[in-house]
Design a protein around this ligand. Structure first.
Ligand SMILES: Cc1cc2nc3c(=O)[nH]c(=O)nc-3n(C[C@H](O)[C@H](O)[C@H](O)COP(=O)(O)OP(=O)(O)OC[C@H]3O[C@@H](n4cnc5c(N)ncnc54)[C@H](O)[C@@H]3O)c2cc1C
Length: 391
């Protein structure tokens, strides 16, 4: 077994590390004021382009992008600075995979250039997101046009998005997994209403961090806005979510690494009595050792899942992907919690990125499938080997 990383990839990872440290981390304290930060970020994004760090997910194999994504994760702004932030990154992958030539030109090119934003509109307030075969939003095809009616929420980054990729039932009488399709809806279409940005953990957010509630009311788009085949919505969603979970997990590992760095640097500098730094306490040393082991284990699991997905495809790596989704989200929560505890009251302020991450990344145990659903996938496969078939 060879754990070495190609020299070329190592060099790219080093550059991503330096870029995040020099360009993204110094801006973190300004994240509360998106309006004043946006023009600065535009300049930083320009620098990323000039340095050849732009949209790295488009040119790298998944397992190599995973390593870069970890480095970008060391700042809440890292992914945005190089244009591989969710949900745009997933929509780029979808368009690349299933878009027509015209759709790519109209939506993928400006998205990849960082000229526009997008959102992914699947979850509904009135139906469980964990059971996406049960959905109310409808799209009816008539006279070469789709008419959409429905209610969505948690469409991340809807505020400022130029278009939404909407999951809608197009064939209600088909088998459950063939009922829905993906349709591109420009956000200036009459009948599309961004009702509000939902306050999450007390923050309504805007731009990159908002979560929109949207109404689609007699929203009409041309037939050619269908993305992929009719009835292929679920299959495409799976294609989108597989790499997406690798992206999230490596980002969480980057966050965990930064949190561990902060535990170490703070506990070394914080004296509890003259010449007696916090780092001398055995409890803190246990936090450091436990965090180190958990992060390293998480990374190996994620890289293995990415490796398997590259070689054998998404379906074959389904259980590995479910394993990392709940495992790494748990590691992140524990490491962040220890880091906040180590900082005392300072940990609860926005003087470090810890409190931001603690608020924002709690969602990782819910979106892209809650922990419980992923644990079912893993346990069922194990139980099947013991002769138990669970429906
Ligand atoms: C920050 C954030 C960003 C998001 N971004 C997007 C986005 O961009 N686009 C989008 O479409 N959606 C998005 N979502 C929505 C997300 O995908 C859903 O919240 C998720 O699929 C869960 O659906 P739900 O909230 O309806 O919970 P439900 O499906 O109602 O589930 C509620 C709870 O029930 C439990 N549960 C569910 N199923 C099982 C089971 N089989 N066994 C045991 N327990 C179970 C779990 O604990 C779960 O948390 C986002 C959510 C968050 C929090």
């Amino acid at each position: 077994m060879d754990f070495s990383v190609a020299e070329k990839t190592q060099e790219l990872v080093r550059r991503a590390h330096d870029f995040v440290t020099a360009q993204a981390q110094p801006l973190e304290r300004r994240m509360g004021d998106w309006r004043s930060l946006e023009p600065v970020l535009r300049e930083v994004r320009g620098k990323a382009k000039a340095l050849g760090l732009w949209t790295p997910q488009r040119s790298l194999p998944l397992s190599e992008f995973a390593l870069v994504s970890e480095e970008l994760g060391r700042s809440p702004l890292g992914h945005y600075c190089v244009n591989c932030q969710a949900p745009d990154v997933g929509n780029m992958e979808l368009l690349e995979l299933a878009g027509t030539k015209e759709q790519k030109k109209k939506w993928l090119d400006p998205l990849a250039a960082g000229e526009i934003r997008s959102c992914f509109s699947m979850t509904e307030p009135e139906r469980p997101g964990s059971n996406p075969t049960w959905m109310e939003t409808r799209a009816v095809l008539e006279g070469g046009r789709w008419t959409l009616d429905g209610h969505k929420w948690f469409s991340t980054a809807a505020d400022g998005a130029r278009f939404a990729v909407v999951m809608a039932v197009t064939d209600p009488d088909a088998p459950p997994h063939l009922r829905a399709s993906m349709i591109i809806v420009p956000t200036d279409t009459p009948g599309y209403t961004l009702v509000r940005n939902i306050p999450v953990m007390g923050e309504a957010g805007s731009g990159w961090a908002s979560h929109g509630e949207i109404r689609y009311q007699k929203c009409v788009v041309p037939e050619e806005n269908l993305l992929g085949g009719r009835g292929a919505g679920f299959a495409l969603a799976q294609e989108r979510l597989g790499p997406g979970r690798i992206h999230h997990c490596m980002r969480w590992i980057g966050i965990s690494e930064r949190a561990l760095e902060l535990i170490c640097s703070y506990s070394v500098s914080r004296e509890m009595s003259p010449n007696k730094p916090l780092a001398l306490k055995q409890t803190v040393q246990e936090w450091i050792a436990e965090s180190r082991a958990a992060i390293d284990a998480a990374r190996l699991l994620v890289l293995h899942a990415a490796w398997k997905m590259e070689r054998e495809g998404q379906k074959a790596a389904r259980v590995e992907i479910s394993t990392i989704k709940f495992f790494v989200a748990g590691v992140l929560q524990r490491v962040l919690d220890r880091a906040i505890q180590a900082h005392g009251a300072l940990g609860l302020t926005d003087e470090t990125p810890l409190a931001f991450w603690y608020r924002h990344e709690r969602a990782g145990r819910i979106y892209d499938g809650p922990d419980e659903v992923h644990k079912l996938v893993v346990a069922r496969q194990i139980l099947r080997k013991h002769g138990v078939e669970l429906k």
